[in-house]
Design a protein around this ligand. Structure first.
Ligand code: PLP
Length: 393
């Protein structure tokens, strides 16, 4: 009884977590699947004894689960430490091994793409072409098409499927089609969309895609790179022969198992969770509009966008600059943009790219299957406390 009451009290004082685009809570079924591999099944997958073989078999089983979720071959899946590593591996491989001289991308990509593009430009002489984006963060497909027809040397298009800050999604089918027509390589950072949207790589081919376990209730420290079997790139990390010589280092076996379980759950429960999360986001938007004036939503909120993300700009008021801090005091975790930039003094490069008013404080609320309508009501009450006195004076 005591431990039950303690856990109820703990739950009660847990902050309301509305920062699921930054990371998600590990599903208890995922944790349960992982635990044996941290305890009794702790073998090194490279060992030839029984414990090692068991670990190796568990990894290969997970590789099949991931491959099936994308309708590709298991040999095309390489486990990495995170989405960042998967993105870096694809970009470097394209330049080093596939002779890519031009990369076409967008200014709203995650920093693990943008900063790596700067590295390639500086150290490998790669020419980087940034597409323009409109006020919702959409690229211009016409501009992309004209550019792809014009570029003569080997080219890679690298575009994220869904934007982590404002939620805007590209039309992956059209981009894939354009790349096929022009014989261009395509990489997509699908960290925010994989396991949230159905993705069939037979229907929508890409050459590379990067994913990360902690964005869909799997653990941190595990991701994967899909590489089309027709292209071959070299590793980012050298050493042992793990991951079919594609990624050296003893495998994060519990992480791989956790990712696999999270994929299974996401595939089974996707429809239900999509409806629940979309409902919460729409309810939050409606409540914000009903209670506050002068709001603006960033991203293509009514169109092609992640259903998990609601990015809102509040009126320009110096007292609202501390919005995230004040929300935190009220027990609400949200973000002012990409989590990877938090603590850095510069504004969001995504909001800059869409010409959002720099004077207006923006907050990204991002939802998961674990959020409830009651939590949104608490958020609105907290915002009322923060905003109304600030704006009324
Ligand atoms: N790409 C996008 C779109 C992301 O949102 C993130 C994480 O915030 C990453 C890449 C990096 O993933 P990871 O944290 O697994 O390195």
């Amino acid at each position: 009884i005591l431990s039950h009451s303690l856990s109820t009290i703990k739950e009660k004082f847990m902050p309301i977590y509305l920062d699921n685009a930054a990371t998600t809570k590990v599903d208890s079924r995922v944790l349960e699947a992982m635990l044996p591999y941290l305890q009794n099944e702790f073998g090194n997958p490279s060992s030839i004894h029984s414990l090692g073989r068991k670990a190796k078999a568990a990894i290969e089983k997970t590789r099949k689960i991931v491959a099936a979720s994308l309708n590709v071959s298991p040999s095309e899946i390489c486990f990495t430490s995170c989405g960042t590593e998967a993105n870096n591996t694809a970009l470097l491989g394209a330049v080093k091994n596939l002779g890519v001289k031009h990369i076409v991308s967008s200014p709203t990509e995650h920093h693990c793409i943008l900063h790596f593009l700067s590295f390639l430009e500086k150290n490998h002489g790669t020419q980087i072409h940034y597409l323009t984006v409109d006020k919702n963060g959409h690229i211009n497909l016409e501009e992309l098409s004209l550019l792809l027809q014009k570029l003569e040397d080997k080219t890679l298009v690298s575009l994220m499927h869904g934007n982590n800050e404002i939620g805007t999604m590209i039309d992956l089918e059209k981009v894939s089609q354009l790349c096929q027509e022009n014989e261009i390589l395509l990489h997509s950072d699908m960290v925010q969309t994989y396991a949230h949207f159905p993705i069939d790589l037979q229907k929508t081919p890409v050459h590379f895609m990067a994913c990360s376990g902690h964005k869909f209730h799997g653990p941190k420290g595990i991701g994967f790179l899909y590489t089309d079997g027709d292209v071959q790139i070299s590793p980012l990390i050298y050493g042992g022969a793990q991951e079919r010589n594609m990624r050296a280092g003893t495998e994060n076996i519990s992480g791989i198992i956790g990712l696999g379980k999270a994929v299974e759950l996401a595939m089974e429960e996707m429809e239900e969770h999509t409806a629940h999360i979309r409902g919460l986001r729409d309810y939050c938007k409606a409540q914000l509009l009903a209670n506050f004036e002068g709001l603006e939503f960033n991203g293509d909120i009514e169109g092609a966008a992640l259903y998990t993300v609601l990015n809102v700009s509040f009126p320009s008021d110096p007292r609202l600059e501390m919005m995230l801090f004040n929300l935190d005091i009220e027990g609400i975790c949200a973000s002012g943009g990409s989590a990877c930039s938090s603590g850095v003094d510069t504004g969001s490069h995504v909001l800059q790219a869409i010409n959002a008013d720099p004077m207006r404080p923006s907050v990204r609320f991002s939802f998961s299957k674990f959020n409830t309508k009651e939590e949104v009501d608490i958020l609105i009450a907290a915002l009322t406390k923060i905003i109304k006195p600030a704006v009324a004076v």
